[in-house]
Design a protein around this ligand. Structure first.
Ligand SMILES: Nc1nc2c(ncn2[C@@H]2O[C@H](COP(=O)(O)OP(=O)(O)OP(=O)(O)O)[C@@H](O)[C@H]2O)c(=O)[nH]1
Ligand SMILES: [Mg+2]
Length: 445
């Protein structure tokens, strides 16, 4: 079956390639996302809520100047998935100094628990904590020696008992010993395999009851995809999962299954493992992860652009391009947007001394309603058309009219208005340039 990342990636690609992004394309995007998430076993209710929100935002949010519906769509999908995974900012864990924190590591065989114990040791020692590991895996021969070796490598205290048949007892004794020594972070490594899965889950529950850990970390193999949900749910039923450590995210793995695990447990991902070495651990960054999931190459620049514009539109626009005589439909769009924020057009003009007189009559007639429709028209144009309006010929006009639900006549009116504004601005610039001391344009640099 198609992986989550490729199906989400394809949904995004479809939007990026669509000739116009209208309601139909948006609805199809939302359906594609729903299908992708449901196929990955993400909870149906959650999928529904998420996709509703995505659709509503894409269709109803006001477009920042120069941003197309297409770009907004991709940004919204990115935003919502990121916030599902914990938001834009990574949230590292800091355990307290001067007291013992007990952390239990659970997960199925080979998910990376023992390796993760040494990674967490390395990470938290760097934060200035003393760390100890307890080997509560007495099922797999070799587990003891593996952890002992890793403990030596990463500088952790070690506790284990060879020959004790009760993992619960070993865990209890180990935690006790470490506490007596004043170890600040106590990591309990457990078995990943048993006679059957039921036994394994029971043992985790017993260990958790015996040592009352402050946090239970589910160690999840980032490459498993579909099964992540079941695993996460099984462990979560037995012992409440606090956070998730996602392993093996080095190489090409994109870790789509993690979404389902997060959805199943409600537990956030805190760290990822990116290799076999003890230092190969990173604080989980939801934004970067979603970028990777969606195919960063396609969306990185785009998301950055939307962010940039959102930042810029809250600042006074740099008018130097306009001042030099270059005035595109994009500029017209942001002018209109700024005007709409200020209130009725005629009022504004009246409040600018001399302005009412110098503007052509048509500009004065620009009503609120008309401006709104023109903005809708401009939203249906491509980047190229906004930058190079002279390219807009008859066939493009027909396409834009269809895309925006307007008429070719209205589009011609908009283009006439644009030409007139451009001419007007050019005249103003030339006039200003002739004044002494104002070389370079109307706006002081
Ligand atoms: N590439 C890569 N390999 C990893 C990562 N984490 C763990 N591994 C490898 O995965 C394999 C299993 O890791 P372990 O730490 O032994 O897994 P475990 O969960 O303790 O396994 P059991 O004790 O059998 O339940 C080892 O070969 C590790 O080197 C990672 O982030 N990246
Ligand atoms: Mg192990």
């Amino acid at each position: 079956m198609e992986s989550l990342s490729s199906s989400l990636g394809n949904a995004i690609k479809k939007v990026l390639r669509a000739p116009v992004v209208d309601e139909k394309v948006v609805k199809e995007l939302v359906r594609d996302i729903q299908r992708a998430l449901i196929q990955s076993d993400v909870n149906v209710k959650l999928v529904f809520e998420l996709s509703q929100k995505i659709e509503k935002r894409i269709l109803e949010e006001e477009l920042p100047p120069g941003i197309s519906r297409r770009e907004l769509a991709v940004k919204v999908v990115y935003d919502e998935l990121t916030s599902l995974l914990g938001g834009e900012k990574p949230q590292p864990i800091k355990y307290p100094k001067g007291k013992s924190t007990v952390v239990l590591l659970v997960g199925i065989q080979g998910s990376g628990k023992t390796t993760t114990a040494s990674k967490l040791t390395w990470y938290h020692k760097k934060q200035g904590l003393s760390v100890g590991v307890v080997c509560a895996d007495n099922f797999r021969a070799g587990a003891y020696d593996q952890l002992l070796q890793l403990a030596q490598k990463s500088g952790a205290e070690f506790y284990g008992e060879k020959g004790n048949p009760s993992a619960v007892e070993i865990a209890k004794n180990g935690v006790q010993k470490m506490k007596e020594k004043g170890v600040e972070l106590i990591l309990v490594d457990t078995a990943g395999r048993h006679k059957d899965e039921g036994d394994l889950i029971d043992e985790m529950k017993e260990i958790a009851d015996a040592i009352s850990p402050d946090e239970i970390i589910l160690v999840l193999d980032g490459t498993i995809g579909q099964q992540a949900m079941q695993q996460a749910e099984a462990f979560n039923r037995a012992t409440k999962i606090g956070t998730i450590f996602l392993t093996k995210l080095d190489g090409s793995a994109r870790g789509g299954g993690a979404l389902s695990a997060v959805a199943a447990t409600g537990a956030p991902i805190r760290f990822i493992g990116t290799g076999e070495g003890v230092e190969e651990v990173e604080v989980f960054n939801p934004a970067r992860f979603v970028g990777r999931l969606l195919g960063m190459g396609d969306i990185e620049a785009l998301v950055e652009k939307v962010k940039e514009v959102q930042r810029a539109s809250s600042m006074p626009k740099d008018l130097s391009a306009i001042a030099s005589g270059r005035f595109t439909l994009k500029d017209l769009y942001s002018q209109m947007q700024a005007l709409r924020k200020m209130g009725p057009f005629s009022k504004i003009l009246q409040s600018i001394p001399g302005m009412g007189l110098s503007l052509p009559k048509e500009a004065m007639d620009l009503s609120e309603e008309r401006m709104k429709r023109w903005m809708v028209i401009m939203q249906s144009m491509t980047e190229e058309e906004l930058e190079e309006p002279h390219l807009i010929d008859g066939s493009r006009i027909r396409r834009i009219a269809r895309g925006s639900g307007t008429t070719p006549k209205e589009i011609r009116e908009l283009l006439d208005h644009y030409k007139m504004s451009k001419k007007f601005i050019k005249q103003m610039v030339t006039k200003q340039k002739r004044l002494p001391g104002m070389k370079g344009g109307i706006i002081p640099k």
